[in-house]
Ligand binder design. Sequence first.
Ligand code: AHR
Length: 495
Amino acid sequence: MNQVRVRIHPEVRGPKVERYIYSQFAEHLGRCIYPGIWVGDRKSIPNDDGIRLDVVDALKALEIPALRWPGGCFADNYHWMDGIGPREKRPKRHNLWWNQSESNEFGTHEFIRFCDMIGTEPYICANVGSGTVEEARSWVEYCNVLVETNMTQQRAENGSPQPWNVRFWGVGNELWGCGGRMRPDQYADLYCQYANFMRKTDPSVELIACGSSSRNMEYWDQIFLERLFTHRLDHGGPLIQYLAIHHYLGRELSDLTYSDSDYYSLIQELDKIRQHIEKAAALCRAYSTPDGPIRLIIDEWGTWYVEAVTENGLYQQNSMMDAVFAALSFHLYHEYAEDIFMTNMAQTINVLQALILTEGPKMCKTPTYHVFDLFKGHKDGERLPVDLVAPSLPHVDGRSAVSASATRAAGGKNQLTLSLVNAHLTSPATVVIDVGASASRVEGRILKSDNVRDHNTPDQPERVVPSVCDASQNPDGTWSVELPPYSVASFDVSI
Ligand code: AHR
């Protein structure tokens, strides 16, 4: 049994942990949109005008702050006007990157309606790779402008007289790869052109530029920002609000047949994403100006195992390893709360590190879903300093067996959220929680299982679910809790 001590300092006010860190990404890829969200007139699956209700109920409960759509690689192959107007008249297209047919049944109106149903903010990624400046600009007009124009009239005729005021807009996706194999300076020139017209159409939109991935982090962001900066000086106004990087991990591992050393190697890989964040965040700071701060977004991240290939629509299973990985990633993002504005885990349903897996009319919530649920209390909280005394995690350099992160509820309320992860595969831990002032209540929930490879399936959806895990008070006013191996827990602490 590992002995761990966690001292939280509730009196020290830290940076805000933006709620957008808990955002999601859904692409027209594999079974994410069809039938993960959209089932059309398939009566066997309960739906509201095509949108499946079991998935809506599950996602609504998570209070996901923002949802990125329609891609991914698909975004630079998507022409948004294909997806408006009477559904039966919408053209069928070939989804180039994911080699599947695109019916265009799920378009802008359906996406906005889905966002409303689950209580999330839309984040739309415009087509730069194969689209035009006017196409992206008119999408902003269609979504956000009130005055009557040809575009806004079409929106009204299609059922939405009021604009939706979409705040977040991506200017293309992975322009260095599927988005057009561009050079960073080339993208910067193009970005400037798109941003100029998109922000002129609605100056309140916040634009997200395509940043680097793990493969080109050494040069892409630096060259792109440097080049863009010359445009900013020329034109005077800030054209970029966010730089978005992508980072997937676990590319050589299997979703369920991983070895213990594979498990630890995935945790070790978190160092790579830390390096990526540090590098990109430093550049965002360097190129920020008083009238134009640039903050960091990680708008694609998560595990991507060998099972997830184009042929199966990037489908993979999701076990307790994914839960531990997600929780440790969120602790890492909390550490960089000053820099990171948003992260969008890939992808919401049936693709990569999904929250939900569906099979016909059945569905299940994955262990990753439950981490999003357990960590809800952190959103918009102020990060608190935590002193951690814990033994090291075997086979992983520089990491403790137990990880902790604490936030104080927004507005200085006397309510803290403390999340704990015991990443050790064999040793349970006794954690003593010391909040300094006497905590009057420490109530929690824990995600644990008998085997780290345990997972849920639509036929067995309740194998891995959180259970109650309250801490017990010690005579000295501290609290104690037992964490089994590979478990994730979250506590509401009243002070
Ligand atoms: O999330 C799957 C794919 O990964 C996205 O379409 C692309 O942007 C990235 O390479």
